[in-house]
Design a protein around this ligand. Structure first.
Ligand SMILES: [Cu+2]
Length: 70
């Protein structure tokens, strides 16, 4: 278990429900503890277990919610 904080930039969010969708999809990933997305900047801070979660997992979760990682 190696908890780590990571920042990604999500593009395409334009309202609070977009933010919610991104956060929910990310926290749904096994090993993600927390996700906080900022609507204006797209900067999304994720607390995760780096033994379990790869960058590809994060990108996939964001895409499932209908957005993209820049
Ligand atoms: Cu929206």
């Amino acid at each position: 278990m190696a908890l780590e904080e990571k920042e990604i930039k999500v593009v395409g969010m334009h309202c609070p429900s977009c933010v919610n969708a991104v956060q929910l999809s990310l926290t749904d990933v096994d090993g993600v503890e927390d996700a906080k997305a900022d609507l204006d900047s797209g900067i999304t801070k994720i607390t995760l277990d780096s033994d379990k979660v790869s960058d590809a997992d994060l990108a996939e979760a964001v895409e499932e919610a209908g957005f993209k990682v820049e």
